[in-house]
Design a protein around this ligand. Structure first.
Ligand code: SAH
Length: 286
């Protein structure tokens, strides 16, 4: 364990400087501060003001003790900020000559409205830098021991959002086509409409016994993982009292958790099944 993180020389010998009047739009990863990128840490150290979303863990703000921390989340309970207001606030702060860090959960360009904010900033003549982050649908599943691709299971992944701006299941999504075409499906913001989503997938032919994982608060100390199936997921989520934020993963890669639940293994549990896909083992180099 180390209690400090001195950055060695960065790309081209120097880490970029967050100049006054600039906005850096940065992903904070799914929760665990260890999943911040080095560019994110470099940004946190320089910012005058950090505007952060609901899904950004408080512990991450500790990396910017010198900065003012401004909450701009939209999650239940706390007052919501309108997207346009947030974008214009960023413009104002930049024009005041602040070094502005806009911090978003996961990756800013994955269901994070990062594109909209960056566009508004650029339309107002503000300089931006984009810092990608680890998205919950990849890193969060990895913390649950689920590889988002696995050679024996899938050669593609489909990322979808379970609700749109109005909170409804997106009309623009063709669930039948998704059900028919997606090998493994990773669903963000799916908890509100889990009954419609699972129903639509089964109506379109996905089997009721298809494995599903629900990963709540992934990578945080409140992480919860439920293994269920398409047919049982509504009842099981309810029975377990699971709440958002959660990633839903539909597909056989979920079975790999039976061998890859590395957090369970680290806590002393035995692997449940060394070969959950029944491919024979050991799989020697091939
Ligand atoms: N830009 C983010 C996604 C924002 S949309 C990213 O790349 O991860 C918000 C949704 O992301 C949540 O409803 C949930 O589905 C998912 N999410 C974000 N953080 C999560 C976490 N720690 N655990 C589980 N799901 C998470």
């Amino acid at each position: 364990m180390t209690d400090s993180l001195a950055l060695p020389a960065g790309p081209m010998g120097q880490w970029p400087t967050l100049e006054p009047g600039w906005v850096w739009l940065c992903g904070a990863g799914p929760g665990d501060p260890g999943l911040l990128t080095l560019h994110a840490v470099n940004a946190l150290r320089q910012a005058d003001v950090v505007i952060y979303d609901a899904l950004v863990q408080e512990a991450i703000l500790d990396w910017a003790p010198q900065a003012e921390h401004v909450y701009a989340g939209k999650r239940g309970g706390k007052p919501s900020a309108k997207q346009r207001d947030i974008s214009l606030r960023l413009v104002d702060l930049a024009r005041e000559g602040k070094r502005v860090l806009r911090l978003k959960g996961g990756d800013p360009f994955v269901f994070g409205r990062g594109g909209e904010e960056a566009q508004t900033l650029i339309q107002h003549g503000v300089n931006v830098r984009i810092i990608p982050g680890i998205s919950a649908g990849i890193g969060g599943l990895a913390y649950a021991g689920i590889p988002v691709t696995h050679r024996d299971v899938n050669q593609s992944v489909t990322f979808v959002t379970g609700h749109d701006q109005s909170g409804a299941t997106p009309q623009s999504l063709n669930w039948k086509a998704i059900a028919e075409g997606a090998q493994v499906l990773v669903i963000y913001m799916g908890m509100k409409h889990v009954a419609q989503i699972s129903g639509a997938l089964m109506d379109a032919g996905r089997p009721a016994d298809e494995p599903v994982a629900v990963v709540c608060n992934a990578t945080t100390d409140r992480q919860q993982v439920l293994e269920t199936t398409l047919g049982r997921m509504v009842t099981d989520i309810d029975a377990a009292g699971l709440e958002p934020p959660a990633i839903l993963c539909v597909g056989r890669s979920v079975l790999m958790r039976q061998v890859l639940d590395w957090q369970g293994l680290a806590a002393g549990e035995a692997p449940r099944n060394l070969d959950p896909l029944g491919r024979g083992r050991p799989a020697e180099a091939s």
